[in-house]
Structures are given as C-alpha cells and as structure tokens.
Design a protein around this ligand. Structure first.
Ligand code: SAH
Ligand code: TMP
Ligand code: ZN
Length: 410
C-alpha cells in the first residue's frame, strides 16, 4: 500500500495497517433513482504514526460532502445520549463554569441536544454547527447557533463579538476535523486565560480491544488515544489536565484541557491512562497489525456463518441501518443476495437503500409482520436493547446474529 505523510506531524513514518476497501459515504443512503447512478467512493484505510502516535484515515473525504444542509444524524433521537449530555451539562455547570458573564461555545452542537442544557447554566451559550438543517432545529429551540465550520478566523470573530470563552465543548466532533492544527489555533482564539475545553470522542483502546472496526468510516478522521491527544495539544500551547472514560458510542474518552500556563494542576488520570495505553501496546505498530489480522478473521467468520445459513435455505435480514452497517456490509461483501432487507426505526431512512450494497431499508413493522429465521444486528452497540425489545421474535423461534469479535448466533 502506498503511504502518505502523517496529517498531524507531517512525519512520513505513517504505517498503513488496515484496508477496508472501496467505501461509499456511511450515511449516504440512496433513493431508488440513485441506484442507477455511480456512487462516490473512497479508499477506507487507516495508518498509525509512530512519531506522534496518531491513528488516522489515510484518505479523507472533504467535510463539505459530509456536513451540509441535509445531514442525516440528529443527535436528539437517542434517549441514551440525551441522558448522557444531561450529566455532562451538570458537571460543566457545577464544576467548570466560573463567571456568569463569559460565554461558552459548543463545536458541532447539532440539533442542540447539549447546548439547550448548557444554556440553562449560562445565557451566553453559542453553538457552532455547519450542518444547517440540524442547526436550524437548535435555533427553533431559541438557541444561538452560527451555521459554519469552526476556523481560526471565525474563532477570532466570535471572540470579538461575544467575548473569550470560559468553556469550549464538543461531543463527537474533534475526530471529525481533518485540520487539527487549525482547531488548536481556533481554541487559542476562543479561550479565556483560565478557560477550559472538554471533548468526547470514540476511544482508540476500546476500538482495538473490542475489535470495533465499524467505528472506522469517513466522518472519523482520527482515532484518539490520550497519548496522541496530549502530545497534539502540548505542541500548540495547550494541556490535558483530566481524562475520564465514558460508556457511550461503544466506549469513548472525555478529555479536559486548558492553556499550558493555566493554574489548573494536571490530574493523575492523564498519566495513568497513558500508562495503560503503553501497557496495551498502543505506542507501537505491532498492536495495529494484530488488530488488522483479527478484523480479517472476524470478516471470515461472518461470511462463513451467513453463507452456511443461506445454503440451509434460511431467511436472513439486517437489523439497524446505522453508519456502522455501511462499513460492515461493504467490507464483508454482504448485499441483497444474503439479506432480504435492513429494518430500522428512523422514518427518513425507510424506502432508501444501503450505500454501496443496495439492500432496501424498511420499517421495523415489516420485520414483525413476517419474522425471518435470523436477524443480523448491524449496530452491535445496541444489541442488548434490541434483543430485549424484540423478545417476540425469539418466541417465534427467530435468532439474532452478532459479528464481533467472532460471528455467532446469540
Ligand atoms: N455533538 C453532537 C453531534 C455529533 S456529530 C453529538 O455528540 O451527538 C458531529 C457534528 O459536528 C455534526 O453535526 C457536524 O455538522 C459538526 N461538525 C463537523 N465539523 C465541524 C467543524 N469543523 N466545526 C463545527 N462543527 C462541525
Ligand atoms: P448509531 O449506532 O449510528 O446511533 O445508529 C443506530 C441506528 O440503529 C439508527 O439508524 C436507528 C437504529 N436503531 C433501530 O432501528 N432500533 C433500535 O432499537 C435502536 C437502538 C437503533
Ligand atoms: Zn504523526
């Protein structure tokens, strides 16, 4: 595989370690008309930089193709995330805000799921959200949202207009931003001298240990460890002072940072987590080579299991048209010859087809009306919730399939 320089440090020691093949955009569900047109695809490959330790996509999709006026992900549809962000807002309000006058900014505020909770603690809460359809939902809740990508120029403009921030927060957005040098400059422009930033993103150690390769897709440019993130911030005059593992999105990390010269002491959680990452080999390429081998084995176990069931004449369907589903189906070469349909609760996905593999997406009612023999759960992170709520399927003799680390009937 030809390599490219590291996106963070420019080093040419980027080790490519996983190639998931030609991949469409994970959330680009297709209409029947679009099935006849060529789909945009890119090579989904990851690399590890042994110089700055950042795991990253080798080829990146232009963010303007992902975040626009019809972005498919509305944060507020998830009750679990709503409860999670209520907890974050409380933590911020109770222990991080220090001045009623200074503003706070949320990057990637989406439909306002967190911003509305923060606005109860601070009237000067400003969202920055380039996907204008979701930004509009937040504005309709009475929130202040700037409908643009965060850039250093915008940061300076906002600081001049609203003031420098006591807090900058972003959930599941830092890993979406290809140019993190600019992001650090933006933080520098936005933050008050004692201002704090808080980010939450899927955590590399969880992805590697759980074999969650379907977390790898176009929107996720980086797969952070505390080791790589702390180095990155330190090279831009910023410092992590606390980290906290959180259970959302299959295992994430919440990081707290400030300016390097802030009075806040660095807490032991940062060093402890870096040590744990070293013990797990995240600082050397071997861990990633082993991960890639296990991913390939996982794919084999899945195609074997589904192939055997098909040969026995069983009826199979997919359950949940998550963005992860696009990765699994395309990487494993699973299409309508194997799955009759994918059922999903999201009404806007009904009548559409899965990107790249063209399996029709139908309402959950279609599933309940004529149960198949097997339902392959395409969102392993929701497996427990789905199995519990679909107990009638089991009573009809139906069985669920899950795929990581190894494909099996549950
Ligand atoms: N924070 C929400 C949304 C996460 S999805 C949550 O955790 O549920 C990521 C969001 O970040 C999208 O709404 C996307 O439009 C936005 N985004 C992507 N790049 C951005 C950038 N450079 N600046 C600000 N927002 C960005
Ligand atoms: P996500 O993992 O990217 O949040 O996507 C989850 C998808 O799964 C979303 O399209 C909704 C769907 N889903 C169901 O269809 N049924 C369910 O019970 C759950 C939890 C999710
Ligand atoms: Zn690097």
């Amino acid at each position: 595989m030809p390599s490219k320089p590291c996106r963070i440090c420019g080093d040419d020691a980027l080790h490519p370690f996983l190639d998931l093949g030609e991949m469409p955009i994970a959330n680009a569900f297709l209409t029947a008309d679009q099935l006849r047109q060529p789909e945009y695809k890119f090579r989904l490959r990851t690399g590890f930089c042994s110089h700055c330790l950042m795991v990253q996509l080798i080829d990146v999709v232009d963010p303007k193709m992902l975040f626009h006026d019809h972005y498919a992900y509305y944060s507020s549809i998830s009750r679990v995330m709503d409860r999670h962000f209520a907890g974050l807002a409380e933590l911020i309000g109770e222990s991080l805000l220090y001045d009623r006058e200074l503003p706070l900014y949320e990057i990637g505020s989406n439909d306002g799921i967190l911003l509305e909770k923060l606005a109860r603690w601070n009237p000067n809460a400003v969202g920055i959200e380039p996907s204008t359809n979701v930004a509009e939902v937040a504005r309709n809740k009475g929130l202040t949202v700037v409908g643009e990508f965060l850039t250093p120029a915008l940061a300076n403009e906002l600081a001049a207009k609203y003031g420098r921030a006591q807090l900058v927060v972003g959930g599941n957005v830092l890993c979406h931003i290809p140019n993190l040098k600019d992001l650090a400059k933006s933080l520098d422009g936005l933050l008050d001298e004692e201002g704090v930033f808080v980010f939450e993103d899927p955590y590399l150690l969880e992805i590697v240990t759980q074999l969650a390769y379907d977390q790898i897709y176009d929107e996720h440019v980086y797969y952070f460890s505390v080791s790589s993130l702390s180095r990155l911030f330190e090279s831009h005059g910023l410092r992590l002072f606390r980290v906290q593992p959180i259970p959302v999105h299959g295992g994430s990390m919440r990081v707290f940072g400030c300016r390097a010269g802030s009075r806040r002491p660095t807490e032991s959680s940062v060093g402890d987590q870096i040590e744990l990452e070293q013990e797990n080999g995240l600082g050397a390429p071997e861990a990633y080579t082993v991960f890639a081998e296990r991913v390939a084995q996982s794919r084999q176990s899945l195609t074997d299991l589904l192939g055997n069931l098909k040969r026995e004449g069983k009826r199979l369907i997919g359950y949940a048209a998550a963005s992860k589903a696009t990765v699994i189906l395309n990487y494993c070469g699973i299409g309508p010859e194997t799955l009759e349909y994918v059922c999903d609760t999201t009404p806007t996905k009904h009548g559409l087809f899965t990107p790249g593999t063209h399996v029709p997406i139908v309402p959950i009612e279609t599933f309940a009306a004529d149960y198949p023999d097997y339902a392959f759960v395409l969102a392993w992170n929701h497996l427990k919730e789905i199995v519990e709520k679909e107990s009638a399927f089991a009573s009809h003799g139906g069985k669920f399939i899950t795929h990581i680390p190894t494909a099996r009937v549950v």
